[in-house]
Design a protein around this ligand. Structure first.
Ligand SMILES: Nc1ncnc2c1ncn2[C@@H]1O[C@H](COP(=O)(O)OP(=O)(O)OP(=O)(O)O)[C@@H](O)[C@H]1O
Length: 867
């Protein structure tokens, strides 16, 4: 069978509960978005928090600004309309002040935010009048990261002043300690109104003088007097705010180290072992890293600010990239080759000018209709957490505008591995071994980060300029975290709807089904599945010590069960829809290994389509066989056979088997170890077939195929027979005229012309298209004419839009507004910028040699989810 690009990804099920009938099933729990005391916004009282009071307080005030930005923009009912009291910033015991003072003494030029006299009454964020809320601050807040700009009191990395970062910048978000002299404070007070506005956020100095600058405004001015009726707008905005806050706080309180801390620690390790440099040189290196960190924070802050502008409809960040070519297309949108445009004429930027990247553009509307928020967040989060990895396609930046999400990645000019297979048809055993070894390292890397890829296939391994493989496309990747589970997002919305008594009927089919008691019950159960994991249970929450602790315990008990992936490469347990784990990725590797050697996959059905392929997989004990040609070594056969097994007997980590049988493991509440183990390829890597593979050096060796690249933007490995159209082209494609259609059909007789026009009149889905193609096959005409007619239907016909998975997006009245609001609010915190300083693990920190010890540490073992 001819090998081709297979796009038959089975849509996710199982994890996409529909929410019909939800209202009837939900328990009515009190809505308290921002209670004054004991608020979810108040930092949880874990010991970790107590140790970092000033940082958490800062987040608290930022979050209030986000909430205000969401409510102030609304022309409808909103969070404020709920008459929800806005919390005071948490009162500190004074520990924050002590820490700040200690930091001040120990450092030359720290960035420390002081709170004077914390126990006394002082102006709070809520006393700032609406007018003075600066959009720039809102942006900074909305996109604020745990590594937030130099306001990190405990981090001396932020002491690098006088940033050399070129390009646009937001206003200073921190005030130098040297400004805290009386003189400066006085002159400060006379500065621009923008600075005055930020004073509410940054009470500086330890004398309390600055607080006098703030005149309190009575709280009553902030509240509406009437109680407006809550609408779906209220629900959407409040849910977006809650989701943002929970994800943000989860990152803030996440015990894993931030990548910034890891970079610093790594430098310190390198410097410790560096016996050649003097103390002054070492300090210089420290200072240089601090400087780069400052630049990085500034750059990130600018991106976040622009991101908020983009959500307001301005095409800001995406327009900085010039499209060179469309590289690939998927169900999500397109991948484009782009060139970064120069922003300024400064020398530093001139150097960067023309950098080439691959930009994945994901259309929000399609993804939202298809309830893919969880997957999209997961993909971005995985790429962020894999920062610094050798085997994962590096993410440069992620951002969004109103219509799309963007992932800017390093360009892999060698194309994808499928392209190589199409060109060569079959590979020799040694060449196959090389690539399979690299694939194993790629997957091992993902598993080490506790993710299952779930869509391992040749298309998802890209070939870098040096010829090494990197794994890509984490659109279906799974880590079981609650923030990547679609039912988490839906639960927030439907919970609020129930609370507010808002009922949405959906489309005609929904209304019909609602009259059918059995269906309503079924849908109710589907909702309960997600509800169990995500709905707040007040008593359990208080026992767990806060919503995030509770979510991390309760919500993480999500298992991989969805039937996702590309059918030919799916493991039997995935096809069956059973609970599965990371062993499914190893099955797919064995399928690719077979495919490289024999030129086709082992279970692909010539007839019967995807269903038959799946049947062959389920029945693999009878259907699996090796062709007699080409001749392949016994060792290789043995390896493939050892992996093409049911998961219990599959060759991979023994630890999974232990997990399946051990009662202790069954009751294990730590989700992370249950479905993916790091280093789970140890058995496979140890197989005799791989005995001549140097696993720890393979990345330094020359691969069998090194792409022949003539320039940075050489795309000849992506050349397709038919140029791939950019989806934005088709979106803006003008209506086809009747004359054009007549011209296209003029070679046929009148009867066929009428039939062909009929075929393109109604939008088609894949089933209808197949039916039409069958009809055409029965026409009495030359094969070539039949092919032409089929191509005509595909080209001029319209694709039918899928029925949205969420009832709110099916209901004619709510759908437009809900879609608009989700485009604005569903992906808050998507922005990310990779640290430009380079990769410390290769012994250099931003161009500064960090000694020879740096390579020893793995510095990307951190989980940074959307923030
Ligand atoms: N960083 C990159 N460099 C070069 N090409 C890329 C890069 N990322 C993606 N591509 C190209 O774009 C194609 C589609 O990208 P991607 O795999 O991310 O989409 P997809 O989600 O797999 O689509 P689908 O799942 O529907 O196949 C890839 O097969 C590859 O050819």
């Amino acid at each position: 069978m001819k090998r081709g690009r297979n796009k038959n990804i089975v849509p996710q099920d199982g994890q996409q509960p529909d929410f019909e009938g939800y209202q009837q099933n939900m328990a009515v729990l009190p809505l308290r978005i921002t209670p004054r005391n004991n608020s979810p916004l108040t930092p949880p009282s874990s010991p970790e928090h107590e140790a970092r009071p000033s940082k958490l307080r800062r987040h608290g005030s930022k979050i209030m600004t986000v909430l205000r930005s969401m409510t102030n923009n609304s022309s409808h009912a909103s969070i404020e309309e709920e008459d929800i009291p806005i919390p005071q910033p948490p009162v500190s015991s004074g520990l924050g002040k002590k820490i700040s003072m200690a930091m001040l003494k120990g450092q030359v030029d720290p960035t420390v935010v002081h709170r004077a006299n914390l126990k006394t009454n002082r102006p709070v964020v809520i006393s700032i009048d609406k007018e003075v809320v600066d959009p720039a601050h809102i942006d900074n807040v909305a996109g604020s990261s745990p590594n937030s700009p130099s306001t990190s009191a405990g981090d001396s990395m932020s002491t690098g002043r006088k940033s050399s970062a070129p390009g646009p910048s937001t206003g200073k978000t921190s005030l130098d300690s040297k400004w805290s002299s009386k003189h400066n404070i006085m002159s400060n007070s006379a500065q621009s109104s923008e600075n005055k506005k930020s004073v509410g956020k940054h009470a500086i100095g330890d004398s309390g003088v600055n607080e006098n600058i703030l005149s309190s405004i009575a709280e009553t001015e902030c509240y509406a007097t009437e109680t407006p009726t809550p609408t779906i707008v209220t629900v959407e905005k409040a849910a977006a705010a809650k989701i943002f806050l929970e994800c943000h706080y989860n990152d803030v309180t996440c015990s894993l180290m931030t990548s910034r801390s890891i970079r610093r620690r790594q430098l310190e390790c390198a410097l410790y072992e560096d016996t050649n440099s003097s103390e002054a040189e070492k300090n210089h290196k420290r200072f240089a890293l601090a400087q780069m960190e400052t630049d990085h924070l500034r750059e990130t802050r600018v991106m976040k600010t622009l991101g908020m502008k983009a959500l307001a409809g301005q095409d800001v960040t995406a327009s900085k990239y010039e499209v060179v070519k469309v590289l690939g297309k998927g169900s999500f949108g397109v991948v484009r080759l782009v060139r970064e445009k120069s922003e300024t004429d400064s020398q530093a930027d001139q150097k960067k000018k023309g950098a080439i990247y691959a930009m994945k553009v994901i259309r929000k509307s399609d993804m939202l209709r298809n309830s893919q928020e969880g997957h999209l967040r997961a993909e971005r989060d995985f790429l962020v957490s894999a920062e610094g990895s050798r085997w994962v396609v590096p993410l440069i930046a992620s951002f969004q505008d109103l219509s799309s999400l963007y992932l800017v990645m390093d360009y892999m000019p060698g194309g994808d591995f499928l392209g190589l297979l199409i060109r060569d048809n079959i590979l020799s055993e040694p060449v196959t071994k090389w690539y399979i070894a690299e694939m194993i390292l790629c997957i091992e890397e993902a598993h080490a980060l506790r993710w299952i890829h779930r869509d391992i296939k040749p298309d998802n391994f890209l070939i870098s300029a040096s010829g090494h493989l990197k794994i890509s496309d984490f659109g279906l990747a799974f880590d079981g975290h609650w923030s990547h589970d679609q039912s988490y997002f839906n639960n927030h919305r439907y919970y609020l709807m129930t609370k507010l008594g808002i009922n949405v009927e959906g489309d005609t089919l929904d209304r019909k089904e609602a009259r059918n008691a059995a269906t309503a019950m079924k849908m109710g159960n589907a909702v309960t599945n997600g509800k169990d994991r995500h709905e707040r249970n007040s008593s359990e929450i208080s026992e767990s010590g806060g919503i995030l602790n509770w979510r991390n315990r309760n919500g993480n008990r999500t298992f991989a069960r969805s039937v996702v992936g590309t059918s030919q490469y799916m493991a039997p347990e995935v096809v069956r829809g059973e609970l599965y784990d990371a062993r499914c990725d190893w099955w797919s590797v064995a399928v690719i290994l077979y495919e490289c050697l024999y030129g086709h996959t082992p279970f692909l059905a010539e007839e019967g389509g995807r269903q038959q392929t799946k049947m062959n997989i389920l029945n693999h004990k009878n259907t699996f066989a090796f062709p007699s040609k080409p001749v392949v070594s016994k060792r290789c056969h043995d390896l493939i056979r050892s992996i093409i097994q049911d998961k219990d007997t599959r060759m991979c980590s023994r630890r999974y088997k232990l997990n399946d049988t051990s009662p202790a493991a069954q009751n294990n509440r730590d989700y992370a170890g249950r479905y993916v183990y790091p280093h789970d390829a140890e058995d496979i890597k140890g197989h005799k077939w791989f005995r001549d593979i140097h696993w720890d050096r393979i990345h330094m060796m020359v691969p069998p195929f090194v792409p022949n690249i003539k320039s940075m933007d050489d795309t000849h490995y992506f050349d397709e027979e038919d140029p791939i159209s950019d989806f934005s082209d088709s979106a803006s494609r003008p209506q086809v005229t009747s004359d054009e259609i007549s011209e296209a059909l003029k070679r046929f007789n009148r009867e066929i012309q009428i039939l062909a026009r009929g075929y393109i009149e109604r939008p088609h889905d894949s089933a209808r298209l197949k039916k039409v193609e069958k009809e055409i096959d029965n026409f009495v005409m030359a094969e070539e004419q039949k092919d032409y007619l089929k191509a005509f239907v595909k080209h001029y016909g319209r694709k039918e839009k899928k029925r949205p998975r969420d009832k709110l997006l099916r209901d004619r009245e709510t759908a437009p507004k809900v879609l608009e609001l989700r485009k604005q609010g569903a992906f808050l915190g998507y922005t990310y910028r990779r640290f430009r300083g380079g990769r410390p693990s290769v012994g250099r920190v931003g161009g500064i040699s960090a000694g020879n010890a740096a390579g020893k540490k793995v510095w990307y073992r951190t989980r940074l989810s959307i923030h």
